[in-house]
Design a protein around this ligand. Structure first.
Ligand code: ZN
Length: 324
């Protein structure tokens, strides 16, 4: 887990446009391809593991974005129907079945007009829309109003409940991923190089930090990341949460119907070794081989038959214990 400043999110498409101009003629389209892949994985993982989480939201299957996430002009067409728009829709999801389409502008959520939404701190408008959506958890049916080509349509979603998280591809080409207790971000460079199973493993690890509430627990201990995180107690606890995330990741995968063996397999691939160790070898992270062995041991000890459903009480209990 890397703790990051919120403004990093806003920079997304801006950084992307600069870094990958040479790689892709249309950076926004390239980003959309990876967001669509991630949306499929995220929907499946968040809804399948609902009972392992303590914070919930409706899992709609629509990924939102807002025009304030982009440098002026680079994504104009995407917001023809409004400043908060549907970026991608997961096939077969609640949003898909309700008739939501990519490119729809979001005019209202649960009766609340999105024109009344304001940005919170440095976060984009998109985040405020997700916050409204998350509050509607537990209701029977979810009503949204979309703008499409000058027409307004009211659509009704039967969205399952899932773990609460904001998920996105961050427009950086370097290999990396992070979560901060609220948002799970996977770098464009990692997603683009990863196969679908590999993307699921990376997501499962980051989601593991979220499920085990690592941000809150580390903050309660006053733990720092970055340079000072390499020393003493900081180092020990930062490393401990990485191990915990790797262990619960295999349960999260199994609950979502993946073979959890894809986790140890990933840490042994070339990409997994790069993602697992970081560009600069950090003492915070165990070696990729140690991570693979840890995952294998967790499967052998706590996942009979290597499949779900799994309720890993031995790991979930850690949320309410002080670090030892
Ligand atoms: Zn981590």
């Amino acid at each position: 887990m890397k703790i990051f400043v919120k403004s990093a999110i806003v920079l997304a498409a801006i950084v992307f446009a600069q870094q990958s101009a040479a790689k892709s003629a249309d950076p926004v389209a390239a980003l959309l391809v990876q967001d669509a892949r991630l949306a499929v994985v995220a929907d499946r993982m968040l809804s399948a593991n609902d009972r392992l989480c303590r914070q919930h939201m409706p899992v709609t299957g629509m990924f939102l974005h807002s025009s304030d996430q982009y440098r002026a002009g680079i994504a104009g067409q995407a917001f023809a129907n409004g400043p908060i728009a549907v970026e991608t829709v997961v096939p077969g999801s609640a949003a898909d079945l309700a008739g939501v389409e990519s490119g729809d502008g979001l005019a209202a959520i649960g009766g609340k007009p999105t024109s009344a939404l304001a940005r919170q701190d440095e976060a984009p408008l998109r985040d405020s829309a997700y916050a409204v959506l998350a509050e509607l958890v537990g209701q029977d049916g979810l009503e949204i109003v979309v703008n499409r080509g000058g027409q307004q349509r009211t659509l009704h979603l039967q969205a399952p409940e899932g773990c609460r998280a904001l998920v996105e591809i961050l427009s950086k080409n370097e290999i990396g991923a992070r979560s901060d207790g609220r948002v799970i971000q996977i770098n464009y460079g990692l997603a683009a190089d990863a196969g679908d199973d590999e993307l699921a493993v990376v997501f499962a690890h980051e989601m593991g930090h979220l499920v085990l509430e690592h941000r809150r627990r580390l903050e309660a201990e006053g733990v720092e990341k970055g340079f000072f995180g390499e020393f003493g107690k900081n180092r020990r606890l930062n490393r401990q949460v990485e191990l915990e995330a790797d262990r619960i990741a295999v349960h999260l995968l199994a609950n979502a119907g993946y073979d959890p063996a894809i986790a140890p397999a990933f840490w042994r691939t070339k990409l997994g070794r790069r993602a697992g160790g970081g560009l600069f070898r950090s003492s915070t992270y165990p070696s990729p081989e140690a991570r693979a062995e840890l995952a294998e041991r967790e499967i052998a000890d706590h996942l009979p038959g290597g499949r779900g459903p799994s309720y890993p009480a031995h790991l979930l209990a850690l949320r309410d214990k002080p670090f030892n």
